[in-house]
Ligand binder design. Structure first.
Ligand code: FES
Ligand SMILES: [Fe+2]
Length: 360
């Protein structure tokens, strides 16, 4: 039985890996929710599976073992396990010990990511996987990468659910197009929670004169209205949609947003996190692989140099305490981030109560 750290939401889909990280032949291991997880593809079908990366005999990492077809043989004493975690072979007995089982985790490959459910398996419903279907649009050249930061996973929500920091932290990269955030005449920020518990926000900035880093589809020199829609899905999966139209035209006239981004955070431990990020675009589609890699380096570099160090500082300053319990100053644009913090707090409390009930 895996001990559940109450700082994580267990009954939810988390991104475990990107599809391209799991090659056909490798035994891939990653710590998720403070549990070592083995991920590999069945040789028979290519389907990816996930198991607790711990042999039930003496606790060797199964990822250090050897593949035997779709099965894994432990490197230490040779017990063999199937994709459902059952022991299929013991070199020492006619019948493998029935209590030699490894916990399997539901794993679904969708939108070029592998989604894992580490809580109660019977609650895992693949239809509730967050929608990142823009990543299926190969004509929009989806690019995805994995990053890692030294901070609690909720800092990722805090950071991505308010975008005012673009105009201070990211002025040299993606935030240089607006001088006075929040003060553009007519600028609007709205946020709401929908029936399925998602938080949806829109930042609308009218009549922008200066074009940003990327071609937003409006001819240079033409003032435009720009918006960024964010959909947050528990625990920490966010989809950004960025669009622009010539000033005054209805936003619906934008046939295709110029950029859509995925930002999915999965706890590694209580103080470190995996950050799966990526985007699709309508601009510079003629780049070759090296050019696309420059995009990845650009965006991951922003996080590495600008957001990541701030996450680390905040983690140190908070020292494991809850943000809301420390009475932070709340600014108008923090509304979405605070809404998310509250929903997460409710989810964590509900799971702790269920765990306590189950333990009685
Ligand atoms: S530790 Fe795996 S078989 Fe002994
Ligand atoms: Fe940022």
């Amino acid at each position: 039985m895996i001990k559940r750290n109450p700082e994580f939401i267990w009954n939810a889909w988390h991104v475990a890996a990107l599809s391209h990280e799991i090659d056909a032949d490798i035994l891939f291991t990653r710590r998720l929710l403070d549990v070592p997880v083995l991920i590999y593809r069945k040789q028979s079908t290519g389907e990816a599976v996930a198991l607790h990366d711990r042999c039930p005999h003496r606790f060797a990492y199964l990822s250090k073992g050897v593949r035997k077809g779709d099965q894994i043989e432990c490197i230490y004493h040779g017990l063999r396990f199937g994709t459902e975690g059952q022991c299929t072979h013991s070199p020492y007995q006619e019948t493998p010990p029935t209590n030699a089982t490894v916990q399997p985790f539901p794993l679904v490959e969708k939108h070029k990511m592998l989604w894992i459910w580490m809580g109660d398996a019977e609650l895992a419903d693949p239809t509730t996987i967050p929608d990142h279907s823009h990543m299926d649009r190969d004509d929009l050249r989806p690019l995805l990468w994995h990053y890692h930061f030294n901070g609690n996973w909720q800092l990722g929500n805090d950071n991505l659910m308010e975008l005012t920091h673009l105009f201070f932290l990211h002025t040299s990269t993606i935030g240089g197009w607006k001088d006075e955030p929040g003060k553009v005449p007519g600028e609007q920020y709205t946020v709401r929670k929908d029936d399925s518990g998602r938080v949806i926000s829109r930042t609308f900035v009218p009549n922008v004169a200066e074009h940003g880093t990327f071609d937003n589809g409006v001819p240079r020199g033409t003032p435009f209205d720009q918006w960024n829609d964010t959909i947050w899905h528990a625990p920490a999966n966010m989809r950004f949609t960025m669009g622009a139209v010539p000033t005054g035209q209805p936003t619906e006239s934008c046939a295709q947003p110029y950029m859509e981004q995925s930002h999915c955070i999965t706890p590694e431990t209580a103080t470190t996190s995996h950050y799966f990020s990526g985007f699709t675009r309508t601009f510079e589609l003629d780049r070759d692989a090296a050019g696309d890699q420059q995009f990845i380096d650009f965006f991951s570099g922003i996080f590495a140099r600008e957001d990541g160090p701030i996450m680390e500082d905040i983690e140190t300053q908070m020292d494991g305490h809850d943000l809301l319990a420390q009475n932070p100053v709340v600014l108008p644009r923090d509304k979405g981030a605070i809404m998310v913090r509250r929903i997460v707090a409710q989810r964590l409390a509900a799971e702790s109560a269920l765990q306590a009930e189950a333990a009685e």
